[in-house]
Structures are given as structure tokens and as C-alpha cells.
Ligand binder design. Structure first.
Ligand code: TYC
Length: 119
């Protein structure tokens, strides 16, 4: 035979119905402090050996620039020693660097580029 366990419903902790028990809920308003993700710029470096045409093609292909923009970026690198080809999330920037280095290596050029955090 099943045994019945007496059930006692939860009681208000103090006071009569309709009275303030003294307990309260505090809602805190917090300022959101979520930061946007750190972005990385892919910086290409000048050298004396990589042909200008190769650099222009690489910038067009991997950084989705048109011929005119790619040429301007290449000339800036040639004159200033370095230049930004694009700004991306960390993973995408690292992939771009790998793609450029692999293409340069395969073609036998010493072209270098790095990803660095944007200030
Ligand atoms: N300085 C190279 C030359 O005169 C051209 C060049 C431009 C190389 C940009 C690398 O990232 C570079 N052939």
C-alpha cells in the first residue's frame, strides 16, 4: 500500500496577505562593457627584388582591390617601405598573410607581409 506524505505548500516568510514582508528584489543597472573585437592590419613590406607587377596582382587577388587601388598601394609601399593592404579580424588577417607568403614563395620572390593589431 502506498504511503501518503503530507504536503505543506510554501508559506510567505512573514506577515499577513497583502502586507509587505520586508523582502525586496534589487535590480542593478550595469553599463555594458563589451569591447569590439581587436582588428588587424595586413602590412606589406618593400624589398628590392619583387617585381612591381607581381605585388599589384597579389594585392588585387588577396585584398580584393581594383587595378588602380592596388597600384597606388604598391607604389606607397615602394616609396615608404611599407603599406596597409587591408584590415580584418585576427583569423582572416593571418590567412591573408599566409596566402601572400605562399604565393611569393612559389613565384620565388622575397615579398614579406605581417599582421599587426590596429591601435
Ligand atoms: N621595390 C620593388 C621594386 O622596385 C617593388 C615592390 C613594391 C616590392 C612593393 C615589394 O611590397 C613591395 N621592384
Amino acid at each position: 500500500m502506498a504511503t501518503k506524505i503530507p504536503f505543506k505548500p510554501p508559506q510567505p516568510s512573514a506577515g499577513q496577505p497583502g502586507q509587505d514582508s520586508g523582502e525586496s528584489v534589487v535590480l542593478e543597472r550595469r553599463t555594458q562593457k563589451v569591447q569590439p573585437p581587436q582588428m588587424y592590419q595586413v602590412v606589406m613590406l618593400n624589398d628590392d627584388y619583387t617585381p612591381m607587377e607581381f605585388v599589384v596582382v597579389v594585392i588585387q587577388e588577396f585584398f580584393n582591390k581594383d587595378l588602380e587601388t592596388a597600384t597606388q598601394i604598391m607604389l606607397k609601399i615602394h616609396l615608404d617601405g611599407k603599406g596597409v593592404c587591408g584590415v580584418y579580424s585576427k583569423d582572416v588577417a593571418a590567412t591573408k598573410v599566409d596566402q601572400v607568403l605562399e604565393a611569393a614563395h612559389k613565384a620565388g620572390h622575397p615579398l614579406q607581409c605581417v599582421a599587426e593589431p590596429v591601435e
